[in-house]
Ligand binder design. Sequence first.
Ligand SMILES: [Zn+2]
Length: 351
Amino acid sequence: MKAIRFYDKNDIRLEDIPIPDLDKNEVLIKVKKVAITQTLANEYFYGPYITKQSLPLIPGHSFGGIIVKVGEKVDKNLIGKWVSVLPLISCGKCSYCKAGYDNLCNNLKYYGLIKQDGGLAEYVKVNIDNIFVLDKNNIDKTTFIEPLLIAMNIFDEATSRYKYKFPNKNSMNILILGAGAIGFLTSLVWNIFRKEDNIFINDLFLSRLEKLKDVMILNSVYNINFIEKEYIKREHFDIVIDTAGFEPLAFEPAIQEGFKYLSRGGCLVSASLYYNRIELNQGEILLNSRSILTTIFYRKQLIRNLPEVLSKLKLDFSKVISKIDMKDVLSKGFYKAHIDKEEFIRLEVEC
Ligand SMILES: [Zn+2]
């Protein structure tokens, strides 16, 4: 089968490799949709960082397709089902797993990022515990399931932290920096669970905000404000969420900028990776009793809330997706993810 393999910075190759053999608890997926995420583009152009210990690796951590074969212990009725892959693999035995923080597992693997091949291939073998069956209404969300879990994790960890510090505060001002898949989904998840909060979202690229406006304004269920940088009030937000991360075109890193918008006692949620050092003003953070919360991947306990969240996401996701063919991934895909990002929220490879 054809597969794309990531070897090192600026070194990615299209190769012919055998279709993987299945263990008894695995399924073979014919890949239909894979996202080329900002993380993958950053790993390719500036990394490797997350993938460093796992190379060579078939990248692609937000993906799914149709089950074509199952291992001997797996229900044969799953053949033909459309699934999205839940990429986090944890051991279930270490102290982090036992405490419910399987995203910090001592033996963590992640399809397409850490020690496990991902979706940029014709076929992928996946453990039965790592699939989520999609009904036909949700096939357009195939590559959004993984970032949706990440968004749910951001919401869960950020609200727990803030409520611990300010248990009596009823309504919060929330600012999300970055309107990519994770920023966009975090705004939706927040609005689903806490209607009492004021949610603002910003992006360096105004065209992305315009796209989101187009999609969401048609749907009055959501109460989310799109805000340009010059109108963001300083020291006004209880929680600022940095989903923008490393962006070479930015005047300053979003995490650094985010502190300016935080109220006293506020919390900066750092949810994406930087590929260089960041300078923060510790004195200002301390004197204003601000805090940083980092969130990484998702905790598996959130998977049980996925059906409820999906049932409330009433948007036409196809409007925020830009598609390319598998054959163009090497020549165009990573460059498009890197350079044309004002053109889309999600870049998807269709196979
Ligand atoms: Zn573990």
